[in-house]
Design a protein around this ligand. Structure first.
Ligand code: ATP
Length: 234
């Protein structure tokens, strides 16, 4: 579904991603593991069209999207749920969710999609009329995920969905991601919580200093010596 071939990308004159190649097949859950600053967020932002690569090629369902804008990638069905949630604090939960349905294919069906999404997020349903800024961190993360679902994405990319959340809430976030995966979604996820993420994923890539140094099944990465020492603290 998604293919990155030899991607180089960064900010201004600073190159962060060096020759990054990866694939995500339809229905797969793929994770990118790496330390702070390794370039995980940069990878997701590059796929989403927020950063233009300086070299390499990105294709989605066979279409070359290397030079597409963020708006166009959303229209094709790629949704990024950003780190830090980025909700509109002074708008209600309902208004925040409807903002997620701006993709052309999603707009006409937004009421049905809202009903469907709310069945996956009962807690969000209870808070529809409340301002997003008044929710707890965990509830805000659920709203951010639900908003991402409102665009009826084919590929959902999560950037650090458990960041700053208490352990019990982290489990709830992963439960929700698991539910979404069971609906047949394709997921690319970046997380500090490497153990949880590898448990949820089919495959993973290890990114160090902007380069992919290892890729394998999630099960194999969980028992890989380097991954255990560097990322699982074992
Ligand atoms: P983290 O888990 O800390 O978010 P990450 O692996 O997602 O790490 P990135 O956010 O992709 O890392 O950052 C990779 C590098 O790019 C870092 O050295 C960071 O300082 C740099 N960087 C990120 N955003 C910008 C920016 N807007 N301008 C310049 N450099 C940036």
């Amino acid at each position: 579904m998604l293919t990155l071939e030899n991607i180089h990308a960064g900010y201004g004159a600073t190159t962060i991603l060096q020759d990054v190649s990866l694939t995500v097949a339809a229905g797969e859950v793929v994770t990118i593991v790496g330390a702070n600053g390794a370039g995980k967020t940069t990878t997701l932002r590059t796929v989403a069209g927020l950063i233009a690569p300086t070299a390499g090629r990105i294709t989605f369902e066979g279409t070359d999207i290397t030079r597409l804008s963020a708006h166009d990638t959303v229209d094709l069905g790629i949704t990024l749920i950003p780190e830090g949630r980025q909700l509109f604090a002074d708008m209600t939960v309902r208004e925040n969710l409807l903002m997620g349905a701006y993709r052309k294919a999603a707009r006409s069906a937004q009421n049905e999609t809202l009903d469907h999404v709310l069945t996956l997020f009962p807690r969000v349903k209870e808070r529809l009329g409340q301002n997003a800024g008044s929710l707890s961190g965990g509830e805000q993360q659920m709203v951010a995920i639900a908003r991402g679902m409102m665009s009826k994405p084919k590929l959902l990319m999560f950037d650090e969905p458990s960041l700053g959340l208490a352990p019990i809430i982290v489990q709830q976030v992963f439960d929700v991601i698991d539910t979404i995966v069971k609906t047949g979604a394709t997921v690319l996820i970046v997380e500090q919580n490497v153990f949880h993420t590898l448990k949820a994923a089919d495959r993973g890539y290890v990114l160090e200093n902007g380069e992919i140094v290892l890729s394998d099944s999630a099960d194999a990465l969980l028992t890989n010596d380097h991954v255990r020492q560097a990322y699982l603290g074992i």
